[in-house]
Ligand binder design. Structure first.
Ligand code: R2B
Ligand code: URA
Length: 310
C-alpha cells in the first residue's frame, strides 16, 4: 500500500509513464493541443514524441532554437539526410518547439500565464506520447540578489512575492494552492556538474517568482513607482534573509505544475545583473548572449552524462 500511495503521489503509472490528474482526457475522442498546433487525432504523438526524455524550456524562441542546435552538436545527434531542424509548433504562432532526439526544446514566453498554458499542453503531450519519466528543465534568465551578472543559479524551491512556497491559482473563483517544489536531488546533481574552472559561480538557492518585471520585482525604473529606494532595498534584503538568491517570472508555476504531475524538474537561470546594485540591464548584447550560454552548458553536461550512462 505504501508504494501505491507513492505512485499516486508521483502521479505516474508504475512503468513511469505520465498519468494525468484529469479523468476527462481519456474519455475524449481526440485532444487538441491548441497552442502547440498538435492533436491526438491529427498526429501520431507516440511516433513523434515517444522517445523524449528531456523537456527543456526557456523564454524566447531564439534561445530555444539555439539550444536545440547546441544540444544536437553536444549529443552528436544527426538529423535524417536532407532535413533541417524545424519548429514543430510554427503553425500555432504562439510558442516554438524543436526536437533533437530525446530532447525537446520549447519556448514558454514571459510570465506565469504563458508558461502555465504551455505546461498543461506539454504534460498532456507526454501522456499522449506515452513518454516515461520525463525530466523538465527551465533554462532562463533572472536578476541576482547579491550575485553579479553572469552567475548561474539553480533553484532549490520557488517562492511567490510574499515568500510563500506555493502557487495560488483561481479555479471556479476559488483559491487553489499547489506547492512549488523542485527536485532537490536533480538540483544537487546539476550543481555537481559545475566545473571548478568555469569562469563564473554556480550556486543553489531559493527563487522569488514575480508576476511583473518592474513594480513586482521592486524596480525603481518602471512606468510607475510608488515606493522609495529604501523601501526597495528593505524588500530585497528581506528576500535575501529568507534565502532568495534570484528573481524571475516562471519558476513558481513551473515547479507547482510539474510537481503536481509527478514530473522531476529543475530551474537553472543566469543572472543579468545584481538587483542589490541596480535595476537596468546594462550589459551589452554579446555579453548577455555569452551569459545565456552558461545554463545551457550545464544542462548539456547533464544530458550528455545521462545519455552516456544509459
Ligand atoms: C526572466 O526574464 C523575463 C523578463 O525579462 C522573464 O520571462 C523571466 O522570468
Ligand atoms: N528576468 C527577470 O524576471 N528579472 C530580471 O531582473 C532579469 C531577468
Amino acid at each position: 500500500p505504501k508504494i501505491n500511495t507513492f505512485l499516486m503521489k508521483r502521479c505516474q503509472y508504475s512503468d513511469g509513464s505520465v498519468r494525468l490528474r484529469n479523468p476527462n482526457i481519456e474519455l475524449m475522442d481526440q485532444d487538441i493541443l491548441y497552442h502547440l498546433a498538435l492533436g491526438s487525432g491529427s498526429h501520431d504523438l507516440v511516433e513523434m514524441f515517444g522517445d523524449v526524455k528531456f523537456v527543456c524550456m526557456g523564454g524566447t524562441p531564439k534561445r530555444m532554437e539555439h539550444f536545440a542546435n547546441y544540444i544536437m552538436q553536444e549529443i552528436g545527434h544527426k538529423l535524417p539526410a536532407g532535413t533541417t531542424l524545424l519548429d514543430i509548433t510554427k503553425n500555432s504562432y504562439r510558442y516554438s518547439m524543436y526536437k533533437v532526439g530525446p530532447v525537446l526544446s520549447i519556448s514558454h514566453g514571459m510570465g506565469i500565464p504563458s508558461v502555465s498554458i504551455l505546461l498543461h499542453e506539454v504534460i498532456k503531450l507526454m501522456y499522449h506520447a506515452k513518454v516515461k519519466d520525463p525530466i523538465f528543465i527551465r533554462i532562463g534568465t533572472c536578476g541576482g540578489v547579491g550575485y553579479e551578472g553572469g552567475t548561474v543559479i539553480i533553484s532549490e524551491e520557488a517562492l511567490d512575492e510574499m515568500m510563500k512556497p506555493y502557487m495560488e491559482l483561481m479555479v471556479l473563483g476559488k483559491l487553489v494552492r499547489r506547492p512549488a517544489k523542485l527536485d532537490r536531488q536533480l538540483a544537487r546533481d546539476l550543481k555537481g556538474l559545475a566545473h571548478r574552472d568555469d569562469p563564473y559561480d554556480t550556486v543553489i538557492g531559493k527563487t522569488m517568482c514575480s508576476n511583473d518585471f518592474y513594480e513586482g520585482q521592486g524596480r525603481l525604473d518602471g512606468a510607475f513607482c510608488e515606493f522609495t529606494e529604501a523601501d526597495k532595498m528593505e524588500y530585497l534584503m528581506k528576500l535575501q534573509k529568507a534565502g532568495v538568491v534570484n528573481i524571475e517570472m516562471e519558476s513558481l508555476c513551473f515547479a507547482a505544475l510539474t510537481n503536481h504531475a509527478g514530473i522531476q524538474s529543475a530551474v537553472v537561470c543566469v543572472t543579468l545583473l545584481d538587483r542589490l546594485k541596480g535595476d537596468q540591464v546594462l550589459a551589452p548584447k554579446e555579453v548577455l548572449e555569452e551569459w545565456q550560454m552558461r545554463p545551457q552548458k550545464l544542462i548539456a553536461r547533464y544530458i550528455t552524462t545521462y545519455l552516456q550512462r544509459k
